[in-house]
Design a binder for this molecule. Structure first.
Ligand SMILES: *Cc1c(COP(=O)(O)O)cnc(C)c1O
Length: 227
């Protein structure tokens, strides 16, 4: 399969999932997860109109950003070490994986020094997997109370990396709980906290995630091929 065929397939599946859920296609954004893949492949997808790319390593993102068109929106989707915050901020529009208060404090301070406001998604570890980063569901409100006071971070929503499963249906309940959590947060009308974005669903389960309310899906291997 070519990149173009893969992209077309995914676009059709996204549309079908939107239709099934009675949602408009415009509500869902595809983030192409290009980690480990060469800049030439990103360039090919760019030529087909893709503008959102996700990377999980700071140095790799920076190197690719330097080679590629400036109107690409780079999403940092992996764990960010505090010592790399300073160098990554100028390259990205949003941190999709704000996974601790310590990191939030560091991002806030560095963004202030760079005289900008950084958008972020709070990463939630729904299944409490030890191998994963992120806030537990029950920690979210306390964390938001503090992050909402940080003037240089604007929370735009939530993100989760669901468990690795064989069958997408196994993650439906997690996606449903994520959606509910975002609605609960929205209802609280917390200053400086928006819930416009719900980033969930990957190659294996993005259609189920869309049915449950994802506004953003992050697809890697189904688009680029196996890593
Ligand atoms: C790698 C990765 C993806 C994409 O995973 P695929 O299964 O290849 O689609 C999505 N989100 C995050 C955070 C990732 O690290």
């Amino acid at each position: 399969m070519s990149l173009q065929e893969n992209l077309q397939d995914i676009q059709e599946n996204i549309l079908a999932a939107c239709n099934k859920a009675g949602r408009s296609r415009e509500e869902v954004r595809l983030v192409a997860v290009s980690k480990t893949k060469p800049a030439t492949m990103i360039q090919e997808l760019y030529a087909m109109g893709v503008r959102d790319f996700g990377e999980n390593r700071v140095m790799e993102l920076i190197q690719k950003a330097e080679l590629l068109p400036k109107d690409i929106s780079w999403h940092l989707i992996g764990h960010l070490q505090t010592n790399k915050v300073k160098m990554i901020l100028p390259k990205i529009e949003r941190i999709d994986s704000l996974d601790s208060l310590r990191l939030a404090r560091c991002v806030d301070e560095e963004a202030r020094k760079q005289n900008r406001v950084v958008s972020a998604l709070l990463e939630i570890n729904m299944a409490k997997e030890e191998s994963k980063f992120g806030f537990f569901e029950e920690e979210v409100f306390e964390a938001l109370a503090e992050i909402s006071k940080m003037k240089s971070i604007q929370v735009q929503g939530l993100m989760t990396v669901a468990p690795f499963v064989e069958d997408a249906e196994s993650n439906r309940d997690i996606f449903r709980r994520m959606k509910k959590l975002s609605v609960d947060i929205m209802k609280k009308n917390i200053d400086n906290v928006h819930m416009d974005c719900l980033s969930m669903g990957m190659s294996i389960d993005y259609e189920v995630a869309i049915e449950e309310g994802a506004t953003e899906v992050r697809v890697g291997s189904n688009l680029f091929g196996k890593r």
